[in-house]
Design a binder for this molecule. Sequence first.
Ligand code: MN
Length: 717
Amino acid sequence: MSKKKCQVCRGSGKEIISEKACPDCKGMGSTKIVLSSYSSGDASDGCKTCKGTGKLTKAKKCSVCNGKGEILVCDSCGKQITESEITPGFGQICQECKDSPIVFVLKPPCSSRTVKVGTYYHATVKNFKDFGVFAELYSGIDGLIRNKNLKGLKRSDKGKKIIVYVSGKTRDGKLELTPVELKDYRHGVQRESMERMKISSISRKTEKKQVLIQGKVSQIRKTSGPISYNFVDESGSISGAAFIKPTEENPYQDITIDDIVEVYGVVNTHRDVLQIEISDMVVAGDEEKKVILSKIEKALEQKSRPKDTPFLIKSPILESMKTDMHKLAKMIRRAIFDGTPILLRHHADTDGITSAVAIEHAIIPLLLAEQPEGVGYRIKRSPSKSPFWDYIDVTKDVDYALQDAIKFGDKLPLAILIDLGSSSESLTSIKKAQIFGINVAVLDHHFPEKIVKQTVSLHVNPYFYEGDYNLCSGMLGVELARIINPDVSDKIDYLAAIAGTADRVEGSPLEQYKKIAKKKGLDDELLRKIALAIDYEQYFLRFADGKNIIDSIIGIDNLKSESHLELVDLLYTAAKEAIDDQINICQAHLKEEELSDGVILGRIDVEKYAKRFEFPPPGKTTGGIHDILVKKNPDKGVITLGLGPDFIVLRSKGVLINFPKIIKSLKKKLPNAGIDGGGHEVVGSLKFIEGMNEEVVQALIKALSKLESNLHSEEKE
Ligand code: MN
């Protein structure tokens, strides 16, 4: 006989008809007004009319349970039944279940205690004995069909699926079964009812225990062993493993990413990390789904919101970027907490590398706390040779993302473009990634184009706030990293000064960041050395992130230790020698001329007069030559062009030019030259088709001459 607490009166047997505040004590429950926060505790103060409750209630006998506080329920379907419905010998079953009985499948967690007398179960014929045959309802739970009840079951039926009726159960849980033939029946699942557990409550203390969690599937990875899942609820996330025999069909194959599921299983540890060994998993009902989803969404929203972290430096521009910086930090935090992989696509120069490294170091500890085994594939840092999202790179990125989604059940990543992505050169790549479902945001200090801002989810760039390239990507990355994870601040704060030094920016932010670096013992010389050492090493790393090597050069874990300084010195010296060697050769072939308005124009053919495919690459070579020209002409504007067969690198100082604009006008003038390019206002590069080399160079020089006279007229004003 099953009885259940009446849910309407909550077991009280009374149903409240009306409730109002006690007129004598005005709902206070006391006749004295206590002014101090300490109550006198004197019972005589209590209002007699309402017995101190402050409420007057009228109640009647609960109509659902007839005042008993509990109800009778059908053993089969759990619906309420009346005593008159109970037929002797039929168990406590409602009429509907008699007409079309429910045949149950036992699901974990379950034991013989779960099995109810008078109901039907699916079972498998097992071992024949002298006195009858055993049938198994669930692995380890069986019952006896006595010889007199065999109803034609033969030894050859071993392994056959049958339906049994539970006719009796002994005190120690032994089941008496009768095989039945049912033509018309309904399906049911029966398991021990369990309280749902929040994921955050799972700990070493709950190890080996049966638990039920409800959450969202954030990942499904098929491994050579079990299928590995990751579940998220409003309190946290945990992984689960489903062991499926090779001969067995995957019972969870219909469950996909983002499904809301109920997971039954046992807590254990795998490689020292807590996980759930899944014994059963079902998609939650529609109502439950809604509740769980809204709980998860609310918690995720709250957890993703970054703390208010003040910037390291005083900068009005940075201050005005705060809202967007927080938005970007929130986006990244959300990805960490909801199981979205993060792709950091960054420019492969020191500025881009330090920026991405800072962000990477902010993300990893949070990921470790969230999904330790996921660190290997949930964050990826990818250096990019070009200062834009190259179509080759995005194709690779999208291809890998889709492969991982199919092979491992990963979500599609959030792509953050760092120190690149602001120009329309990246537009097709961005759109392509978006078409495939990848969310794209940009953190950059290169001259931005509005069309990019209109296309990406978020475009953070100082140019949108009356700032410029002097707030470089490394600085932005360090500040963003600190917003994402304030704990990491001390570990990465000096990277901003390395970045600024490498990108040769000027102004108050760099000075302030340098002060921070100086406190850690990094003077200008060491900043320059580390900056060049990173550039040098990345040249050989090519497309690899070289995480451990780069971390070592930056000195993330051993800043200024003997081994750190030794490594920096070695790489710096090698880089310096290579550059000096190259510059010496180039200098002999440098063409210098003075433009009509006194600006020096240096030209070096980096294709003919520089070592090819060796460090330093053409951009850096041009930069080196440019430095020499600037030194030689301290009070003059200087423009240096590094000329290749199908490209030009431009460096300038003391000249007001907008290189992206020049490129635009060149494109118009020479529509058949296939011109493409970008960069900052004063440095950059352009590509074109080799056959138009002469025309492009001439048009560029002409455009440069024009702009310089503009500058001079402005200066005179
Ligand atoms: Mn940069």
